[in-house]
Design a protein around this ligand. Structure first.
Ligand code: UDP
Ligand code: MG
Length: 314
């Protein structure tokens, strides 16, 4: 299998038929062996019925349906886990992305990149509550992860299959895959893609998502830098501070014994106590961080979704 297209679907009944048609048109002439994995994220409209209808007629189409709404990231993760293609391409189900961009993403992969991220250069969303927060978010994410992209939020991306192995997604983290992949050596490129306004249905998100993205960015930053070494980060400062505390303590004792300085209300005493306490605090914080990091890794087997039904999938 050359290609797996993964589409999260949450209440997109009007969009499903057109989406299917556009995907077929885009790939028919390509000669690629592909599958279209449609993940129903607990839709309450006729989306699942529409997906089932398509899957009953076309073996390329595979459907996973969730017991309830688990969120876009979970839907994408389920699709990624089921994908057999050499390249995996996630895409929105609301026709804001264009399947005709897929061949271009693939040729970029063929150039030797492991991740090709779509860039909605001409993004068709409102400015104040969508584009502006996303400019800020992209700046922050780029600065903090060291992987500079214009448009982390674009769902349309292409991944070499191996890149996704070992990446566990949750929250809003689907957008951070390029940064997480780059950490383990993946070559990342960005490619301008088309973008359309939503014709049918409504966006599932508002401004509140930006806050969640920022929170998840902190998790990603933690994963990228401190995940395996909080004790090294905090412990280092703890040891410096403790060392300074001992020096200051030694100076205090020296001055008391040999210079006969009065210790009554002497700030050196306070400084010593402060440094010693802070040093111990830092070290304990490092240990807690270490414990937390380990718990995080242990907890990763926890599923982020529950599957109700699979169609055309083994
Ligand atoms: N989506 C989903 N689960 C959710 C919310 C959204 O699977 O809980 C899907 C949705 O059906 C669409 C994609 O994620 O295919 C992007 O959602 P939307 O268009 O609402 O986001 P926007 O384009 O406004 O960022
Ligand atoms: Mg959309």
């Amino acid at each position: 299998m050359d290609l797996s297209i993964v589409v999260p679907i949450y209440n997109e009944e009007e969009n499903v038929p057109a989406l299917y048609k556009k995907v077929c048109e885009a790939l028919e002439s390509s000669g690629l062996e592909y599958e279209l994995i449609l993940v129903d994220d607990g839709s309450s409209d006729g989306s699942l019925a529409a997906l089932k209808l398509i899957a009953s007629r076309d073996q390329h189409v595979k459907v996973i349906s969730f017991r309830r709404n688990f969120g876009q990231t979970a839907a994408m993760a389920a699709g990624f886990n089921a994908a057999c293609g050499r390249v995996v391409v996630p895409m929105d189900g609301d026709l804001q992305n264009d399947p005709s961009d897929i061949p271009r993403l693939l040729s970029k992969i063929e150039e030797g990149y492991d991740v090709v991220s779509g860039w909605r250069k001409d993004r068709q969303d409102t400015f104040i509550n969508r584009k502006l927060p996303s400019v800020i978010a992209n700046y922050l994410i780029s600065r903090m992860t060291g992987v500079y992209l214009h448009d982390y939020g674009c769902t349309l991306k292409a991944y070499r299959r191996e890149v996704l192995d070992g990446i566990n997604l949750y929250g809003e983290m689907h957008r951070f895959v390029p940064a997480l992949a780059s950490q383990v050596g993946a070559k990342v490129a960005e490619l301008p893609v088309k973008h359309y306004p939503r014709l049918y249905g409504t966006s599932k998100y508002g401004i509140s998502r930006t806050m969640r993205v920022i929170l998840d960015l902190m998790t990603v930053k933690f994963l990228l830098t401190y995940s395996t070494k909080p004790i090294q980060l905090f412990g280092k400062w703890g040891i410096y501070t403790l060392g300074a505390g001992f020096l200051s303590g030694a100076a205090t004792i020296y001055m008391k014994l040999f210079e006969h300085m009065s210790m009554n209300r002497n700030p050196l005493l306070i400084l010593t106590a402060f440094l010693l306490f802070m040093g111990v605090q830092f070290i304990v914080l490092g240990l807690l961080g270490e414990l937390n990091a380990r718990t995080y890794y242990e907890a990763q087997s926890k599923p982020i979704y529950v599957v109700k039904e699979k169609i055309n999938l083994g």
